[in-house]
Design a protein around this ligand. Structure first.
Ligand SMILES: Cc1cc2nc3c(=O)[nH]c(=O)nc-3n(C[C@H](O)[C@H](O)[C@H](O)COP(=O)(O)O)c2cc1C
Length: 385
């Protein structure tokens, strides 16, 4: 069955639940480790007050004993500290009288209208509570467990922001092992042009507008041979693209040169080979972003994702009040101006989950004791015929 996960929870509900099944037994995992990534998700210039309210304390409720995974489903819980202010509104019990904080005017670009029509809901709070990216708090927690697994296999994942609005930073990402140490220093996860990128957010904020951008997530130490060319759903790019497209507000994904490759001639699009040490074949470049034919090459895995500007604007977009049928300004829910730096950090967890799955597919095994030597042996023998 491999690795699989589910999450549950509304943005202002009691809390968030996540279950991750398929991680092997004997992996060191504790709350302190899980919390390191929870804090990173909340970093970033342009986030709203919610990031300050929540401390995102994670509780492990199953699957770990005495600091080691059991091979059973890992269940995690994050309490929503803000729930105390929303008890009536979000109560699971029947609520007598008028329901507060009802949402009647859908935000263009959000899930409000489509969700209300699909689920036959008059109060669009019943949609936006789950469509909110608050869900990513628990997804990052699950992805952090996957990251822990990858760490034991010397696979690292980092991220940075490549552009905000029209301003692009073309600094190369460099070593994935130190990428986060460098990008975490910047409130916009920039490796260069930090001031210009911050100014983009400032301008959007002053105008009551929002801003999107492009994130880059890079994995290093990825063994060659993950994924496969033999079936459509086994091509490594397929679950990667799905994982990134599953993140709220992501509207495009590219691996390696991606869309830019489409514009370049074939002579500049591929990674030429040359003889390497010990009969190995060496890549001259990494334009493919670490995947050829659906199989990892052993080079850095480079994924970029485009995030649209957030749909909740302080200067609201034109909409319709569904109660009256008349024109109205879109609903304003507490909102960020820019969440691109957070999306980059969340992307690390999404890639970690896909890579953990791909590693388990190739190497199999139910315990770390089984898997670690298999991966080590492959690293020695798998790069030459
Ligand atoms: C980290 C993160 C934070 C977000 N914060 C907001 C926000 O404050 N306001 C908002 O309108 N959308 C926010 N979004 C985007 C919405 O969740 C998203 O647009 C919505 O669920 C509709 O889905 P779609 O954009 O994929 O069509 C955020 C997304 C992410 C990844």
């Amino acid at each position: 069955m491999g690795l699989r996960y589910l999450t549950a929870g509304e943005s202002h509900g009691k809390g968030l639940t996540g279950i991750l099944e398929g991680l092997p037994a004997g992996l060191k995992l504790d709350v302190d480790y899980l919390m390191t990534q929870a804090a990173r998700r909340k970093m970033g210039y342009g986030r709203g007050n919610r990031q300050k309210i929540e401390t995102d304390a994670i509780t492990i409720t199953a699957g770990v004993r005495h600091g080691l995974t059991l091979g059973s489903p890992i269940a995690l819980w994050i309490e929503n500290k803000d729930f105390k202010n929303w008890q009536d509104v979000m109560s699971a019990e029947d609520c007598p009288g008028e329901v507060k904080r009802r949402v009647d005017v859908p935000r263009p670009g959000h899930a409000d209208l489509v969700g209300a029509l699909k689920y036959r809901q008059k109060d669009m709070r019943n949609i936006l509570e789950r469509a909110s990216a608050r869900e990513t708090a628990i997804r990052v927690a699950l992805g952090t467990a996957a990251r822990r697994f990858l760490e034991e296999l010397e696979i690292v994942v980092g991220s940075r922001v490549v552009s905000l609005g029209e301003v692009e930073d073309d600094t190369p990402a460099g070593d994935p092992g130190t990428l986060n140490a460098r990008a975490d220093k910047s409130p916009v996860r920039a490796l260069g042009r930090e001031k210009d990128l911050i100014a983009v957010v400032e301008r959007a904020k002053a105008a009551g507008d929002t801003v999107g951008g492009v994130v880059e997530v890079v994995a290093g130490g990825v063994p060659n041979g993950l994924g496969s060319h033999v079936q459509w759903d086994r091509r490594l790019e397929a679950p990667i693209a799905q994982a990134f497209m599953s993140l709220n507000a992501i509207k495009g994904v590219e691996i390696g040169g991606g869309f830019r490759t489409a514009a370049s001639p074939g002579s500049l699009a591929h990674d030429e080979f040359e003889p390497g040490k010990g009969g190995q074949v060496k890549y001259r470049s990494n334009r493919s972003g670490g995947v050829d034919g659906g199989i990892s090459t052993g080079q850095n895995l480079v994924v970029r994702a485009a995030m649209k500007p957030l749909a909740t604007l302080m200067k609201p977009l034109a909409s319709v009040d569904l109660r009256t049928g008349k024109a109205a300004s879109a609903h304003i829910e507490r909102s960020d101006v820019c969440a691109v730096p957070s999306a980059a950090v969340i992307g690390e967890s999404l890639l970690a989950l896909v890579l953990a799955q791909a590693v388990l597919d190739k190497f199999g095994g139910d315990s770390m004791e089984e898997i670690v030597p298999r991966v080590r042996a492959w690293r020695k023998s798998g790069t030459s015929i």
